[in-house]
Design a protein around this ligand. Structure first.
Ligand SMILES: Cc1cc2nc3c(=O)[nH]c(=O)nc-3n(C[C@H](O)[C@H](O)[C@H](O)COP(=O)(O)OP(=O)(O)OC[C@H]3O[C@@H](n4cnc5c(N)ncnc54)[C@H](O)[C@@H]3O)c2cc1C
Ligand code: SF4
Length: 856
């Protein structure tokens, strides 16, 4: 499937005199090269066209581990998903290309370059001329030859995955719910990341690695041992020095792996992270010199063709092929200098590799040699296995030639500086690892030279950050936004803060932006609410016009402000619909194939034959591809196209279940006294009453509740935002701040109350306090520890601040203002509410299963 987004002609003038620049490969280095070209005035020099065979904008591949660990890819805010913002994944969304006058063909693979005619040919039949061509085709997963790996010449056996692309991550996410045991083949960086991600989904994970040393490209044996014990503490099973000989397949799907010693291990999925191979097929068929990758000179040009440049993992420079982003950024800068003529003599001389990573949550940094190589090499080694810390430095002739840090990388900046600049080292070598003695000994961020690389993932140096401060940035977050420092694996955030604070001249200074309720308005929540209230600002535009710097509207602030305004003015806020997130505009959950999921309300999880019949009829009538129970005991109709939403609601004739909003969601209940032999309290009644009363109430984040009829806790009340449990003596215990998603936390007991009514009231009061005090998107599991349980009990239960009645009153106002959004929007509330004005990037079709397990 393909999509063409933005054109040079639309954004700029039809420039007959501009040369044609074509980039093949829309991954991290292709996009980086483009950014570098644009900053050197490339938009005026070139008509730029980009081809990428992935149907997306440009995303941060490094964050795929987060995608795997946190939630279902691009599915936004699903009923069952917790806390992952997919926007963070995109380095340059599709709009960026259009805004910069770049034509993006997302989902088109270039299959041949005709170097004589100077055209590239796509698998969609397109033929595109170029004057200058950039190849940035990256790498793909390597699958070692093994029985059972492939179902056909092009398709892996169901249950086998690579780990390279967003589609790989989403494929795994589709699979994990039904899987219990995973085998990861390969214990390098990717394998351990995949293992951690799968473990986060509750799978038993086995890592199979052919040598005794994990991450053997970066680490030596002792460092690997410390990392291994840390990972085993986390529950991973390690099989080191072991090879897999076969993937076992039963009924067409993975059922286990066989080792070379003949033993078997049963599993339901296999992730192959046995290395990567550069994508050089296109270069080979087009007659370019390839060895391990496409061979380039110091200007990043193919050695065969002065008009073809190569960057990233598909480039081989002086025999080296790099597989982390740091070197790729250096290549991109040289390429841009040469291509734009900014510095035609710019030359890339290769990169000294300093790797700084977070592997399955453990910090790892490595530079230079892994261990002493000569008898005269000095070797300082520190190991504290219990804490998972291991550090070494290797010195030759007074120069640092290698260092490894596991578990504690606080010294990485100073070591990188010493390694890169080959500077003099302290007499007491141990000072390279520890701050001993006077404060003067401690290398401070201010002392680092400007070219010290601070953020490897995004290639940001200390000089870039200091330049940003000198250019007017006043906060750490402003520098992070401007340079992207700290926005990759995140392991350098502390150092970024130190460097920026040092440059601001106020080490330790608070970054005021941290306390803003939304980024676009420089006020904390209490001050913002005070200003909104006293100035009677009831619309988004009024808030921006009055309180934002120069009245500037900020897209990233709109959702949070809209929710705040609706909370503060339940009856008379002015509804500006562009301030809502897509889910809130159409009252349904957007899914990753662009369709929506519709969840009708069933208070307390109780339904009737009549409702079930209606749901079944609607599913039949509208060919709903999947009907599924949610984690909150509701029925989800998945795969509804946007244009059909109103019809589906009308046919259902049931109210909205609010399964999409930053709002009160559902109350899960057990059967309690209705049928259960153990029930101490009528949990079903209380659940229904709570849901009927607080339905749709908006908050800073979603609110999921549960009520259990006795401490056996069948409704899992301990891990909900508010969970209520019936106990002896007709009492109810109210738990707050629980979570069982990406974060797991047992709730704290807020109160034990004597009656059903009291439980309803205290729940509402707590929720109102949370609505008023919590930061935007702060779930109760962060809010409760931040505020402190004692404080919450004092305010919400004991009313020491004397505000309980006001909280109850404001919650009542919110309850009174309830409107069923599906009924209200049976006519389009805004033109185009239920139609896409712009062509969307086509996304992969979601495979739909039937309950029998066979694809429907
Ligand atoms: C899960 C994961 C975690 C990682 N973690 C880290 C980390 O912590 N630190 C680090 O430094 N690095 C990390 N990396 C490595 C880093 O992501 C890569 O080094 C980087 O993405 C390489 O960039 P690239 O542009 O060369 O290749 P890619 O990002 O792979 O981009 C190449 C693109 O070109 C497309 N393409 C290929 N052939 C064609 C064609 N013929 N036509 C059109 N399009 C084509 C590909 O589909 C792909 O989209 C990680 C990688 C993965 C997969
Ligand atoms: S929580 Fe108690 S009352 Fe409710 S279903 Fe379980 S055992 Fe029965």
């Amino acid at each position: 499937m393909t999509a063409t987004l933005g054109t040079g002609q639309e954004a700029g003038t039809p420039a007959l005199d501009r040369a044609k620049l074509v980039v093949v490969g829309n991954g991290m280095s292709g996009a980086r090269a483009l950014e570098e070209i644009l900053t050197r005035g490339g938009a005026d020099l070139f008509d730029i066209t980009v081809f990428g065979d992935e149907p997306y904008g440009n995303y941060n591949r490094i964050l795929l581990s987060e995608v795997l660990a946190k939630a279902a890819g691009a599915a936004v805010d699903n009923e069952d998903a917790d806390g992952w913002d997919p926007d963070e994944l995109y380095l340059n969304p599709v709009d960026w290309y259009a805004e910069n006058g770049i034509t993006l063909h997302a989902g088109v693979r270039i299959v041949r370059i005709d170097r004589h005619a100077k055209v590239v040919m796509g698998d969609d039949g397109s033929v595109t001329p170029y004057d200058t061509l950039v190849l940035a085709t990256g790498s793909r997963s390597f699958f070692p030859p093994m029985d059972g790996m492939w179902a056909s010449r092009t398709e892996l056996t169901p249950g086998v995955f690579g780990f390279r692309s967003l589609d790989d991550a989403n494929g795994m996410l589709d699979h994990v719910a039904d899987a219990r045991t995973a085998v990861v083949i390969g214990g390098g960086l990717l394998g351990l990341e995949a293992a951690a991600g799968l473990q986060a989904h509750g799978l038993a994970v086995h890592v199979v690695h052919p040598t005794e040393v994990l991450m053997n490209q970066q680490l030596e044996a002792d460092a690997s041992r410390v990392l291994r014990s840390k990972l085993e503490d986390m529950g991973m099973h390690m099989h080191l020095g072991v090879k897999t000989s076969e993937i076992l397949v039963t009924d067409g799907a993975v059922s286990g792996v066989r080792f070379t010693d003949g033993s078997d291990l049963a599993c339901d999925m296999v992730v192959v992270t046995a290395g990567i191979r550069p994508n050089i097929g296109l270069a080979m068929v087009s007659g370019l010199e390839t060895q391990r990758a496409i061979v380039v000179d110091d200007r990043m040009r193919s050695v065969d063709d002065d008009d073809i440049f190569v960057v990233g993992e598909c480039a081989q420079h002086r025999g080296e092929v790099y597989g982390v982003v740091g070197p790729l950024w250096e290549q991109a800068a040289v390429l841009a200098d040469v291509v734009t003529g900014a510095d035609p003599d710019a030359a890339y001389h290769g990169s000294r590799l300093t790797t700084k990573l977070k592997v399955a949550g453990v910090d790892v940094a490595q530079m230079g040699v892994k261990g002493p190589e000569r008898e005269s090499d000095e070797f300082v080694q520190f190991s504290e296995t219990g804490r998972g810390v291991y550090q070494t430095v290797i010195i030759r002739d007074g120069t640092l030639i290698g260092a490894t840090l596991v578990g504690d990388v606080s010294k990485v900046a100073a070591l990188t500086q010493a390694f890169d600049s080959r500077s003099a080292l302290p007499e007491e070598r141990v000072k390279l690892l520890f701050d001993l003695g006077s404060a003067d000994d401690a290398a401070s961020a201010a002392d680092l030279p400007d070219d010290t690389q601070i953020c490897n993932c995004n290639g940001v140096s200390k000089g870039d950050l200091v330049g940003c401060v000198h250019g007017g940035a006043e906060t750490v977050s402003a520098c992070m936004d401007a340079t992207r420092a700290g926005k990759g694996c995140g392991s350098c955030k502390g150092l970024v803060r130190e460097v920026v604070e040092a440059a601001l001249g106020g080490a330790g200074a608070e970054d005021p932006a941290d306390s803003y309720y939304v980024p676009g308005i420089p006020l904390d929540k209490p001050t913002l609410m005070h200003e909104i209230r006293t100035r009677e600002l009831k619309s988004l535009s009024a808030v921006f016009a009055t309180l934002a710097p120069e009245g500037r509207e900020d897209v990233g602030s709109k959702m949070g402000l809209t929710a705040l305004l609706r909370m503060m003015w339940p009856h008379d806020h002015v509804d500006e619909r562009d301030g809502r997130f897509i889910n809130d505009r159409v009252h349904a959950n957007i899914q990753r194939d662009g369709t929506f999921s519709v969840v009708p309300r069933m208070s307390g999880g109780v339904t009737s034959p009549d409702q079930l019949r209606r749901i079944a009829d609607v599913a039949d009538k509208h060919d709903i591809p999947m009907v599924k129970l949610t984690g909150g005991q509701r029925i989800d109709l998945l795969g509804v196209p946007k244009e059909k939403l109103q019809e589906v609601w009308a046919d259902l004739d049931m109210p909205s279940g609010w399964a999409y909003g930053k709002s009160f969601r559902t109350v899960k209940t057990c059967v309690g006294t209705d049928f259960c032999r153990f029930g101490l309290g009528d949990s079903t009644r209380l659940g229904i009453d709570l849901e009927e009363r607080y339905k749709g109430v908006e908050g800073p984040a979603k609110m999921k509740l549960a009520v259990s009829g006795c401490p056996r806790n069948c409704a899992e009340s301990m891990v909900k935002d508010v969970g209520i449990v019936a106990v002896e003596g007709g009492q109810w215990q109210i738990y707050v701040g629980g979570a069982a998603g990406a974060t797991i936390r047992k709730g704290d007991i807020l109160a034990t109350v004597d009656s059903h009514d009291e439980a309803v009231r205290i729940t509402g009061r707590f929720l109102q306090y949370y609505r008023e005090q919590a930061n935007w998107l702060e779930r109760t599991y962060d809010f409760v520890p931040r505020m402190g349980l004692d404080h919450l009990i004092a305010v919400v239960v004991d009313d020491v601040e004397g505000i309980a009645a006001e909280l109850d009153e404001r919650m009542q106002e919110a309850v009174d203002a309830y409107v069923d959004p599906w009924a209200a929007d049976q006519q389009e509330a805004t033109p185009g509410q239920f139609h896409d004005a712009l062509p969307m990037v086509p996304l992969p079709q979601v495979p739909v299963r039937s309950s029998e397990g066979a694809p429907a």
